[in-house]
Write a protein that binds this ligand. Structure first.
Ligand code: IMP
Length: 179
């Protein structure tokens, strides 16, 4: 029934089932918990797309942490406008802090590259990334994506927090644009 969805006349086909997402996130959390055991971490959630992923991931984490939010925008429809704007700035002094950025998807990597460069000017102790999805073929940067749940091909995806023009964030599964 839910193997295909239509949004604005575009057809999307189911790519990752919610059950698979759930178990992969639990696995990822085991790894993250082992890396940060006994540490205090500043978690920065990138709005809006990561809100569902972050809510699910964070409930598995067992180290001390604070939660912060930031928002950028560079996407319109199914492609990046190339211009990154900060819509919801970070109010955190990152000096000497260990940072974990939670992001929905790393595509070109431009958004995170911009943000990491900015964070690094204030000398955090470390910066790691936990991304739900990683489009490795589209990626054009070198910063490590330390934790990623799924590496996917270079096609536009929606659901589980990811949108197309603000639609489809509420879909339980992840869907890929059908050509
Ligand atoms: P990047 O700067 O190209 O890595 O793009 C990062 C941001 O673009 C993500 O945080 C998403 O908000 C958005 N984005 C990239 N690819 C997709 C996609 O396939 N579906 C929905 N949003 C996407």
């Amino acid at each position: 029934m839910d193997s295909r969805v239509l949004v604005d006349d575009l057809s999307f086909v189911k790519m990752i089932d919610s059950k698979e997402i759930e178990s992969k996130i639990a696995e990822m959390a085991v790894e993250i918990n082992s890396v940060y055991f006994g540490e205090k971490i500043e978690i920065i959630i990138v709005l809006k797309g990561a809100f569902i992923f972050a809510a699910d991931l964070i409930r598995h984490l067992n180290f001390e942490h604070n939660i912060h939010f930031i928002q950028f925008s560079s996407y319109q429809g199914t492609s990046s406008s190339g211009i990154i704007t900060e819509k919801f700035p970070l109010e955190l002094d990152v000096r000497d802090k260990k940072i974990l950025i939670i992001e929905d998807i790393v595509d070109t990597g431009n958004t995170l590259n911009y943000f990491i460069d900015k964070l690094n000017t204030d000398n955090p102790r470390s910066v790691d990334i936990a991304a739900l999805l990683f489009k490795t073929e589209a990626y054009t940067h070198t910063f490590p994506v330390r934790f990623s749940a799924f590496e996917i091909e270079n096609k536009f995806v929606i659901g589980y927090g990811l949108d197309i023009d603000e639609k489809a964030r509420n879909l339980k599964h992840i869907y890929q644009l059908e050509k």
